[in-house]
Design a protein around this ligand. Structure first.
Ligand SMILES: [Zn+2]
Ligand SMILES: [Zn+2]
Length: 266
């Protein structure tokens, strides 16, 4: 199984997940052109994509959906409430809903040789989810846009070989930064975004002896710095029960406006 962030951050999110046979996108929050360019950069064609899974209806996760699915006929998977919210997003233009599939959290489904499962997350959207993927005994988890995590989410994401987790902001940078007070409160709330510190705590709870890669994503442009996110999370992974060298976890930061390294389970 392969996982590759094609774009990550509040200006647009799109992640590729696939096997030799199956090619999926999680979110289409950048333009169709950007998606196509980044797919080409990892040797894929847009026609290869067999499904699009949407986490939630915020524009940085769906703004390319209308144009992409008008040109390429692809099934779109999301929760019922998210599909309704997407249908009500005028800026996407006309949408062909004939290939939309309503999914339910905690009910696994198959797309070709991948087993997909959605899990409920805390975020200020209609019915947001994150996704877990299973293939030949391996597991990849993508979890972004969440104000906080709980035991349920740790159970759902545990045992992953590949992890993509949000590390949105440094709390101090956010507090002294340029955002308005209401926006700061929104980001800091339980339905906002995950701080570097909380991301580190969550990832620590998800560690195991077979992790092949951890990617931090959705970093805030104004309220975070890649090195700070890396150091904060790396710090919380020190002195873990699995390895004395945290480089074994292959911790990385997702690029904001280009594809990142491809994480692989084998
Ligand atoms: Zn977002
Ligand atoms: Zn969001």
């Amino acid at each position: 199984m392969h996982l590759c962030s094609l774009s990550s951050g509040s200006s647009g999110n799109c992640i590729y997940v696939g096997t030799e046979r199956t090619h999926l996108l999680v979110d289409t929050g950048v333009s169709k052109k950007r998606i196509v360019d980044e797919l080409h950069a990892i040797d894929l064609e847009p026609e290869d994509i067999q499904g699009i899974l949407i986490t939630h209806e915020h524009s940085d996760h769906i703004q390319g959906l209308g144009v992409f699915t008008r040109q390429y006929s692809v099934p779109v998977y999301a929760t019922e409430a998210t599909l309704t919210a997407i249908r009500n997003t005028d800026s996407l233009g006309e949408l062909d809903t004939s290939q939309w599939v309503a999914i339910r959290p905690d009910v696994p489904f198959e797309i070709e040789d991948l087993t997909v499962e959605a899990s409920t997350i805390w975020h200020d959207a209609a019915d947001p989810v994150c996704y877990q993927f299973r293939h030949q005994g391996h597991k990849a988890s993508i979890c972004t846009d969440l104000g906080d995590y709980d035991g349920y989410l740790v159970r759902k994401l545990s045992d992953s070989d590949l992890l993509f987790i949000e590390a949105n902001h440094d709390v101090n940078m956010l507090l002294v930064g340029p955002y308005t007070y209401p926006l700061k409160q929104r980001i800091l709330s339980k339905r906002g975004h995950l701080s570097n510190e909380r991301s580190g705590q969550m990832i620590r709870e998800l560690l195991n002896d077979h992790i092949k890669g951890i990617m931090l994503g959705h970093l805030s442009k104004e309220n975070n710095i890649a090195e700070l996110a890396y150091e904060t999370v790396a710090q919380s992974l020190q002195e873990n029960p699995f390895t004395s060298d945290i480089r074994d976890f292959h911790l990385q930061i997702a690029n904001r406006s280009a594809h990142s390294a491809i994480l692989a389970t084998d």
